[in-house]
Design a binder for this molecule. Structure first.
Ligand code: URA
Length: 259
């Protein structure tokens, strides 16, 4: 009989944050086996207890959220297509039948990719209104130029005329060809095309954060880990770009320099 806290059970099913659950419980809007429960820390039996929030019965199945450190050579689709699918990298015991990559990285790109079976979250993540900032580290062909900071902040115009939203860039002092870039949108090959528009070329591209979910240093290329729902909530609390760059340049530049 697997026993867990009621608030954890509800938050793992996707829709509600812990603070919202507390609020709903206080208002008597959560029921277990038909009875109102006001204590979110109540232990419940996940297989036999029936939990209702705002009158809707929650499924005993929970959503899964996997953070994959994508290696080069894999495609972000559920099936093999011009290369093996990233789904092949998810161990069978972590995989569920409705899982898919929530977001895209090019076949040759590396780094953080969320794989989930929570369609509603993926929709929220990819919605332009909510757009979650993503941070990449790039290894450039020629040195980073300080003028990029203003050019990217003003909005780069791509070769097809598309006007990009303002983006932030910051170079890594110890290596003139490495830089971080934060984007608030996700057009096809966007980072590569933005650097091409300023006359440079991206040789290696690695996504290091999706909102507030930061790729852990210990996760090697091709490895994945399960995220808890509270980690998933971090998606919507992105880090401050400048602070991120100064905290993580050592970790991620060491990875990129060896590629
Ligand atoms: N921008 C790119 O050019 N490629 C990616 O994979 C992601 C962002």
């Amino acid at each position: 009989m697997p026993q867990i806290r009621l608030d954890r059970f509800i938050s793992e099913r996707g829709e509600y944050t812990r603070s919202k659950i507390k609020e709903l419980a206080a208002k008597g809007q959560i029921r277990v086996n038909g009875a109102v429960v006001r204590k979110p820390d109540l232990k419940i039996d996940t297989e036999n207890d029936e939990v209702e929030v705002l009158g809707n019965r929650l499924s005993s199945e929970r959503f899964r959220y996997i953070l994959l450190n994508k290696p080069a050579g894999y495609v972000c689709s559920t099936e093999e297509h011009d290369g093996p699918s990233v789904m092949e990298l998810i161990p069978p015991e972590m995989r569920t039948k409705n899982m898919f990559p929530a977001g895209r990285l090019d076949k040759d790109s590396l780094g953080a990719l969320l794989v989930t079976d929570d369609g509603e979250l993926a929709h929220r993540m990819l919605s332009p209104k909510k757009h979650i900032p993503k941070i990449y580290i790039v290894k450039l062909d020629s040195s980073f130029q300080s003028k990029y900071v203003n050019l990217f902040a003003d909005g780069i115009t791509l070769s097809d005329g598309y006007q990009c939203l303002p983006a932030k860039v910051c170079n890594i002092e110890s290596s003139e060809k490495l830089a971080f870039i934060e984007l608030n949108e996700g057009k096809y090959h966007q980072v590569k095309r933005m650097f091409a528009a300023v006359g440079n070329h991206v040789e290696v591209l690695m996504r290091v954060s999706v909102g507030g979910v930061i790729l852990p240093e210990r996760l090697a290329f091709g490895e994945c880990m399960e995220l808890l729902h509270k980690d998933v909530e971090n998606l919507f609390s992105p880090p401050d770009f400048k602070a991120f760059c100064s905290e993580f340049f050592g970790v991620f530049s060491a990875i990129l320099i060896n590629i």
